[in-house]
Design a protein. Structure first.
Length: 273
């Protein structure tokens, strides 16, 4: 039986979804992402027996369909991540930031676009190695996607997802799956007890989350326009302790976006104490 292909999307229909994801998440979806959108949302049209993207748009924007709207957001905002991505950031965290943190004092980190959790647990491994597994540190992981947050909170990965993860950390801080779980690994409980997770939309007023010594927001703002970047950075800066750091992706910059944070290295910014 021939595979049923999703319907084509017209330019006006695509613009509707561009405007919708911008309104919800602040993401400026380029015209070149049309094929990606059709591929990811086509399965939802099939699930609901819709014959056009216009029908699906009307459905997700109608009252009472918040769950499907969240599914759409999940599908359009999920991005690649892996352990120890952009290693220099974790070296700076260990060698500079943590090195001058008073011993025994709480240390709080926010992974503000945590995706499936590899960044959270990379931070956790770094803190465990530097501050100690029993020290008072906490990592909050957030994302707009409930789907990826569920993966992150489980902390269960297949061994083919270990890209960037040194074998020493796999042995020290992870549990190898056996029997039906063979070929996978779990993040160890002594690491997971330092983590917490919540859904956060950075494009809206932030919930009460407390203050952080370091916030990671990497490889996300490349999808925002300048006004959205400026607003998001201002929100995050208010969540930092004096002297705290905001770390962004290597392809990103805050030049011209904030007077509140000062650059200490490319992609690493600090709120003056």
């Amino acid at each position: 039986m021939a595979k049923l292909e999703p319907p084509e999307i017209s330019d006006p229909e695509f613009r509707q979804f561009q405007q919708l994801i911008y309104k919800i998440a602040g993401i400026s979806m380029a015209d070149s992402k049309k094929v990606l959108l059709v591929g990811r949302l086509g399965k939802r049209l099939k699930a609901h027996n819709f014959s056009s993207f216009a029908e699906y748009y009307r459905y997700v924007t109608a009252a009472g369909h918040a769950d499907e709207l969240q599914t759409m957001v999940d599908l359009l905002t999920t991005n690649e991540t892996y352990f120890f991505r952009e290693q220099a950031h974790f070296d700076y965290l260990a060698d500079v930031i943590l090195a001058k943190h008073p011993p025994g004092r709480p240390f709080d980190v926010w992974s503000a676009a945590s995706s499936t959790g590899e960044e959270i647990y990379t931070i956790a491994f770094t803190l465990a190695d530097t501050l100690g597994i029993d020290a008072p540190w906490t990592i909050t992981g957030s994302d707009i996607s409930t789907q990826v947050l569920a993966v992150a909170e489980r902390g269960h990965y297949w061994l083919d997802r270990t890209r960037g993860l040194p074998d020493s950390y796999l042995r020290k801080y992870c549990l190898k799956g056996v029997r039906t779980q063979e070929g996978s690994f779990m993040i160890a409980p002594e690491i997971k007890r330092h983590t917490r997770f919540r859904q956060v939309n950075l494009n809206r007023q932030l919930p009460d989350m407390g203050k952080f010594h370091v916030i990671f927001l990497r490889n996300v703002m490349i999808y925002f326009d300048a006004d959205t970047k400026r607003e998001v950075v201002a929100r995050l800066a208010r969540q930092l302790h004096p002297g705290g750091y905001l770390i962004i992706g290597h392809s990103e910059s805050l030049n011209g976006l904030t007077d509140t944070l000062r650059a200490v290295k490319p992609t690493i910014y600090q709120l003056p104490a």
